[in-house]
Design a protein around this ligand. Structure first.
Ligand SMILES: Cc1ncc(C[n+]2csc(CCOP(=O)(O)OP(=O)(O)O)c2C)c(N)n1
Ligand code: SF4
Ligand SMILES: [Mg+2]
Length: 304
């Protein structure tokens, strides 16, 4: 990129994340959420990123962010965040960092890192009451390496490493509860297709201190196998059918920010995605579909 083009990018006022020219898939639900989140957080943010799709946003020495970016090993992003927070605090104590130049430290990882490989480092960071925000964009698989299953993959989904008529035999880990059990300042689920709910939660997190944990379900046309133009519809269906509860944890209390009434059948969500096609063709897997619906129903019976 020429210096003039770089200067022009820096002058653009409309959005904090400069999306043009990024090598992401069309319709990426993770990027959709990140764009909205960054617009609320603003450029006084340093992202600490573990390997995943969003890493492709950064091509050394450039990123599309107005703020800063640090890349870490996959399991270590929260440890990297600790180092940055400590350095900023030391500068501040020495009087070398004016308050209005302090940065919000934000971990950005996929579900492979958040639900699995980086969970130990995250647990430690919450235990130390690290002042940071963690954003997990959850595309329910190891997307960047070809959508192998992760601990966030839903039951029955086909992935590169769970093929066959029943798909993934495991169950999606309840990261919201795992994180909440650490009693951090804040935990919330969001999705880019519900922008007002997302903005309200990120604004709230921005004004708090301590560990603030966000999980954004990230519809992924490439890994979930659907037309990129359907990303917003599929995201909305995840919420309407009750598959993706929108909720928050604060001071030991979990509250739902949207309780879907008259939930359409989960099938309406599953049918739109090639990763669940084996549940419908060549014949309906009635047993598995009923099991998936039953788990969602039981979740909401306990809520209301
Ligand atoms: C220790 C380690 N193991 C494996 C990899 C290879 N790797 C790079 S990106 C990636 C997928 C990460 O999945 P996730 O965190 O869900 O992010 P996504 O790719 O889905 O955005 C993997 C396995 C790595 N970088 N480091
Ligand atoms: S694989 Fe999925 S999460 Fe990764 S860039 Fe493509 S759409 Fe986004
Ligand atoms: Mg992933």
């Amino acid at each position: 990129m020429t210096e003039t083009a770089f200067k022009r990018m820096k002058d653009l006022p409309s959005t904090h994340l400069l999306g043009s020219g990024t090598p992401m898939c069309a319709g990426c639900g993770g990027l959709e959420a990140l764009q909205q989140i960054y617009d609320v957080l603003g450029s006084r943010t340093v992202f600490v990123n573990a390997a995943g799709c969003m890493t492709l946003l950064s091509v050394y020495p450039f990123t599309p962010f107005r703020g800063s970016w640090l890349y870490t090993a996959m399991a270590s992003a929260p440890a990297g965040a600790q180092g940055i927070r400590d350095a900023l605090d030391i500068l501040s104590e020495r009087g070398e960092l004016p308050a209005d130049e302090d940065l919000q430290v934000v971990v950005l990882t996929g579900d492979g890192a958040a639900y699995g490989m980086g969970l130990s480092a995250t647990s430690g960071a919450m235990e130390r009451d690290l002042d940071f925000i963690y954003i997990c964009y959850d595309n329910e698989g190891y997307g960047n390496t070809g959508q192998q299953y992760s601990s966030a993959t839903p039951h029955g989904a086909a992935t590169a490493t769970s093929r066959g008529s029943r798909g993934y035999p495991g169950y999606k880990k309840d990261l919201f509860s795992v994180w909440s059990a650490h009693r951090p300042s804040y935990v919330a689920t969001v999705i880019g297709s519900e922008p007002l709910d997302l903005a309200r939660k990120i604004e709230k997190a921005k004004d708090m201190s301590g560990p603030r944990m966000i999980i954004a379900l990230a519809p992924c046309p490439t890994g979930w196998d659907y037309d990129p133009r359907d990303s917003v519809d599929i995201g909305k269906l995840a919420v309407k059918t009750g598959v993706w509860p929108l909720k928050e944890y604060e001071n030991g209390v979990v509250s739902h920010t949207r309780v879907p009434r008259d939930r359409p059948p989960v099938e309406d969500y599953l049918q739109r995605q090639g990763r669940f096609a084996h549940l419908f063709k060549p014949g309906r897997n009635t047993h598995l579909l009923a099991e998936i619906q039953d788990r969602v129903d039981r979740y909401w019976q306990e809520v209301v």
